[in-house]
Design a protein around this ligand. Structure first.
Ligand code: G1P
Length: 277
């Protein structure tokens, strides 16, 4: 069983300025719940109740969100408003939250490596909370991937087909189809141009990684945009046939962009808000 999940939450969220000037982008709400809480709930549902947050300066609100708020709780105790806190209380009771600060933003690979002391020598999940994944009525994307890990015991990346002209926003994979939405990856490229891209299968922000990834990242030089790229480290595992790409069941919203954020808000309002959990 995979028990830990890493959340890189140190990024700046420049596309949402000025909202993100003094507030972490992961605390932006989709309707009434912060993005990062959706990710944490997905991880806990997948059995990964140990949540390792790789935070940065100005991100204290995230740590506070997963802690008790004495004043608030005292104020509304016994009132009808208490019900609004039950969801987050449940998350806090079920999860264990650990944190480490990433001092410099040197790329996703660097963020993952910064989390190594919180993860140790075991396979783990990764959630990029900008990508909101929902699968109403079925298992979440991370739970689907955890089940696959039990069978295959290798790194797994969630992928989805995107229009060719959008591949330059993603890590892109190519390989051999194994059926059931699974591809044995042989090639991974970070943010290729449409001409360079080996396919239109784009990595979205859900991963299961085997712990040897840490040593690989340590030896991975900066790549695209001068950043240490997780995609480049995964390429080393892929060369040995140790990465699967999984076309998951469910929807994914790119909440790192304003249109994706608005779509997610509309969808959650229509399909989840005010309905029993
Ligand atoms: C990161 C990864 C990229 C992946 C994407 C998914 O990019 O580097 O490979 O496809 O997340 O959202 P970012 O969006 O942080 O630039």
């Amino acid at each position: 069983m995979i028990g830990k999940c890493l959340f890189p939450v140190a990024g700046y969220g420049t596309r949402f300025l000025p909202a993100t000037k003094s507030m972490p982008k992961e605390m932006l709400p989709i309707v009434n719940k912060p993005l990062v809480q959706y990710g944490v709930e997905e991880a806990i549902e997948a059995g990964m109740s140990n949540c390792a947050l790789v935070t940065g300066r100005g991100k204290r609100a995230i740590a506070d969100h997963f802690d008790i708020s004495y004043e608030l709780e005292h104020q509304i105790a016994g009132s009808s408003k208490e019900q609004y806190l039950s969801g987050i209380r449940d998350v806090i009771d079920r999860g264990v939250f650990t944190m480490v600060r990433q001092r410099e933003m040197l790329g996703l690979g660097h963020a993952i490596l910064t989390g190594e002391p919180l993860i140790g020598d075991q396979p783990f999940g990764v959630v990029l909370s900008d990508d909101l994944c929902l699968n109403k009525g079925g298992p979440g994307v991370l739970a689907q991937m955890a089940a696959l890990y039990e069978q295959h015991q290798c790194s797994i990346v969630a992928v989805q087909e995107v229009p060719r002209e959008e591949v330059d926003k993603y890590g892109v994979v190519a390989g051999v189809t194994e059926g059931d939405g699974l591809t044995r990856v042989s090639k991974m490229v970070e943010k290729p141009s449409p001409e360079e891209a080996p396919s239109n299968l784009a990595v979205i922000g859900r991963y299961i990684l085997t712990p040897d990834i840490f040593d690989i990242i340590r030896n991975t030089p900066p790549g695209k945009n001068g950043e240490v790229q997780l995609t480049d480290a995964l390429q080393a595992q892929a060369r040995e046939g140790r990465v699967l790409a999984y076309q998951f069941e469910g929807l994914r919203f790119d909440c790192g962009s304003v249109p994706g954020f608005v779509d997610a808000t509309q969808y959650v309002f229509e399909h989840y808000y005010g309905q029993p959990e």
